[in-house]
Ligand binder design. Structure first.
Ligand code: ATP
Length: 764
């Protein structure tokens, strides 16, 4: 029966409240005074706030200010009007106030009705229960279920690809048995990590052995520390001489906020060591990042686009000495939208590196993983059958056919009746997030928004306000769905249901983290039934799925409320648009003035080169956008998504022709600066330090000579472009024209190594 699957919520009682631990106070960076542009410089342990400094840019336009201003104006006009009329108060304003009072009373009356409504809800329950039953038979609900339906051939490929011999390693119930150094154990204790989580117990010993790792464990299970702890431990044994100073570890993440969070965890774990971290993300000052990279921080945490910018344009920065590459949220990073960037970054990393990939929805599909040139990785999937945190209760609210327009009223009813604090609401578009944030603001609910249309400063401020509890609601797009660890989120509301299970799992995974309890509430339309089944199927245990019924009276009241403020919403949005237009005009004017005043200086700056042209960037972005939009296939559209993907200048060309065209363009753009970059690259290469754990060669002349000789055996065409192509299987071609020299140790190689090309010791 339905009851076996979906229980109806007949009470609005909240689960235990969560406490949000205060963030550690960090010292201010003493170097900051040297940054003349008032940019952030690295060296101590700054908070993400320190990474965004007040610049000369005008303060961003705040919808909150506009709402407050309008309320104030309305208040003064009303009081003036009242004074003028000097009659007994009766009409409009009082009526309005009564309306509000009535609304609030009716809402609380409706609260009481909730229990009695459960009868009415039983019909719904049957229908949902039915779908739940159907779900049992369905095998094809999600993208992460591939491993269950592996063909024999895929199984054989996986057996050949992964190193399963190490899977059943010893388990550790304490960090003390993991051979970690004292400074690390000290910071682990300071973070109150009393014992390793299962993914940490599985990963740390393997990572310390230098093995490549593909790891998966539910959201909030401590994957960040699982890779940061072994990184730090390995880095403690690096060559600390001047020559050994280099960037040794790169952590790639899909969003800026996640990079900043990872940076925070890293600096906390490394607080008793001399290991330096640096965060490289878009939206923050290039100049200060360049300065930080010049000091060769051991660990760089980055988003791909900005990292490539530095690889291309910061002459002293490279990844030639990289020992460890980590991809957090790896399944996302392996998606199409990041493919080109990832290929570029991987080709800049030495082949001999250790590579680790993590995600709560990690794939073990060989086709996907082959892009990362892993070396017989170990699969560490902790509890693969469970995809959700144990403490998570999933609730679903039905949106009936033909009543899609009621979603906003439903959300409002849920927030005003039941979910009043620490709620993150996920929406499918930036526009919708902004609209609802405006609605909540007008209705006096404390709310912030987080999406890609905001400046980085605004994004961080919104996150901070939510973390510190200054606002109760965060209207977010999927920008916030992965990785963010905000303590004490009680409820995640999905305004709409994504059609990808992975996306759903990451969204609801923002609550019930690290063993805590949490609740997700999802509005489910008729088109979302398939996903509903998948979500129920992947629930963490018995009695963790509920069917929530919102009384129709409440929905009606909220609809009325929304209707009443419709003109106010439009006015606020129009005012905001107007202000934005004015601000833009001001900026253009300032830009023009600057150009006139500093023309010489501006044009004398070296031109930056770009990994992708503006058009290509646009194409990659629209690819991602299309895919994202497709994830909400069944939902009504509020935005115009009809634009066709544009044909880019490379479409229809073969890979070879594309490369040729690209090179010709680069030549035309850069002239002889290419020769300069080539010599810079060569200089970097010759000063490359030893790998972690490698014996230090004596810095004698003969050793240096030998080093040079080795380099001279590189494949013509240089390092770039070769390693990744080869990773993809072009090994044979690269060997052409390279002859073994006298003294080359061929006999000492295993049979496998004999086939490798010279220089492969260093680069794949
Ligand atoms: N050993 C431990 N003991 C107690 N708490 C821990 C331990 N390891 C990590 N945590 C805490 O667990 C929380 C979640 O950790 P983390 O953000 O690394 O999860 P995650 O698995 O990466 O999640 P997601 O998949 O959402 O990215 C953090 O607040 C962290 O401080």
């Amino acid at each position: 029966m339905a009851d076996d699957f979906v229980m109806t919520v007949d009470s609005d009682a909240e689960d235990d409240k969560f406490r949000d631990d205060d963030e550690d106070a960090f010292k201010l960076n003493p170097d900051i005074e040297f940054d003349l542009a008032q940019d952030f410089a690295f060296g101590s342990e700054p908070t993400p706030q320190d990474l965004v400094v007040t610049s000369s840019k005008p303060a961003p336009i705040s919808v909150e200010d506009i709402i407050a201003r309008r309320k104030l104006t309305a208040l003064t006009t009303n009081s003036k009007k009242r004074k003028r009329e000097s009659v007994a108060e009766e009409p409009a304003s009082e009526e309005e106030a009564d309306d509000w009072q009535e609304d609030e009373e009716s809402l609380s009356r409706a609260d009481e009705l909730d229990g009695s409504e459960s009868d009415a809800s039983s019909n719904d329950e049957d229908e949902d229960g039915e779908s739940a039953e159907e779900s049992e038979g369905s095998e094809n609900d999600s993208d992460s279920e591939g491993s269950q339906s592996d063909t024999q051939m895929e199984k054989a490929r996986k057996a050949a690809f992964f190193d399963d011999s190490l899977e059943a390693s010893e388990t550790h119930s304490s960090f003390l048995t993991m051979n970690l150094s004292r400074p690390l154990l000290k910071s682990i204790a300071a973070l109150a990590f009393t014992k390793p989580t299962p993914i940490q117990a599985a990963t740390i010993p393997m990572a310390l052995l230098g093995k490549d790792v593909v790891g998966g464990a539910v959201t909030g299970s401590g994957k960040t520390a699982a890779f940061l702890i072994p990184i730090l431990e390995r880095l403690l044994y690096r060559d600390k001489s001047k020559k050994g100073t280099a960037t040794r570890c790169l952590v790639l993440v899909p969003t800026r906020e996640l990079a900043l969070q990872c940076y925070e965890v890293g600096t906390k774990l490394g607080s008793n060591t001399d290991i330096r971290f640096c965060v490289i993300v878009g939206g923050l000052s290039l100049k200060s990042q360049e300065m930080a990279l010049r000091t060769c921080p051991e660990v760089v945490i980055a988003t791909p686009g900005r990292l490539i910018d530095h690889l291309r344009n910061s002459p002293s920065f490279n990844l030639d000495a990289l020992d460890i590459l980590v991809l957090d949220e790896a399944d996302r990073m392996l998606e199409d939208g990041f493919a080109d960037e990832l290929r570029e970054i991987v080709s800049a990393c030495p082949v001999s590196r250790q590579t680790m990939l993590f995600s709560a929805t990690m794939t073990d599909s060989v086709d996907d993983l082959v892009k990362m040139s892993l070396k017989r990785p170990v699969r560490l999937f902790v509890d693969p059958k469970r995809s959700m945190a144990k403490g998570l209760v999933q609730e679903f609210v039905r949106v009936r056919a033909g009543r899609e327009a009621e979603r906003s009223a439903l959300l409002l009813a849920l927030c005003q009746r039941s979910f009043k604090h620490r709620v993150i609401v996920f929406l499918r578009s930036k526009k919708l997030a902004h609209q609802l944030r405006t609605v909540f603001g007008i209705l006096g609910l404390k709310c912030e928004e987080l999406h890609g249309d905001l400046s980085q400063e605004q994004r961080l401020e919104a996150l901070r306000a939510f973390k510190e509890g200054r606002v109760d609601y965060l209207m977010a797009t999927d920008l916030a769905s992965r990785g963010l660890d905000i303590k004490g989120i009680e409820t995640v509301i999905n305004y709409d249901m994504p059609s990808q299970l992975a996306q759903y799992l990451h969204r609801v995974g923002r609550t019930a983290r690290a063993g805590k309890k949490g609740r997700s509430v999802t509005l489910v339309g008729e088109a979302d039934r398939k996903m509903l089944k998948a979500a129920i199927k992947h629930s963490s245990g018995e009695d963790t799925v509920r069917h929530r019924v919102v009384p129709p009276e409440s929905i009606l009241l909220c609809s009325k409320k929304l209707d009443n403020i419709k003109s106010e919403i439009e006015a606020v949005l129009a005012e905001e648009k107007e202000e934005k237009g004015l601000r833009k005009a001001e900026m253009e004017l300032k830009k023009g003035q600057n150009m006139l005043e500093h023309e010489k200086e501006i044009f004398s700056r070296p031109a930056r080169t770009w990994f992708q042209s503006a058009k290509e960037k646009e194409a990659a972005a629209s690819k991602s956008k299309d895919k994202y939009a497709a994830n909400f296939g069944g939902l009504p559209k509020t935005e115009d998504t009809s634009s066709k993907p544009k044909r880019d200048k490379f479409s229809g060309l073969s890979r070879k022709a594309k490369r040729r065209k690209l090179a010709a363009e680069e030549d035309a753009e850069m002239g002889d600066s290419k020769a300069v970059s080539a010599s810079i690259r060569e200089a970097k290469r010759s000063s490359r330090p030893k790998k972690i754990g490698e014996a230090q060669a004596p810095a004698s002349r003969s050793a240096l000579k030998a080093g040079k000789k080795k380099k001279s055996t590189k494949v013509p065409g240089g390092r770039k472009g070769s390693s990744f192509e080869k990773d993809l299987g072009n090994r044979g071609a690269a060997k052409e024209g390279v002859r073994a020299k006298q003294g080359d140790v061929v006999g000492g190689m295993s049979k496998k190594r004999k086939g490798a090309k010279p220089g492969q010791k260093h680069k794949r």
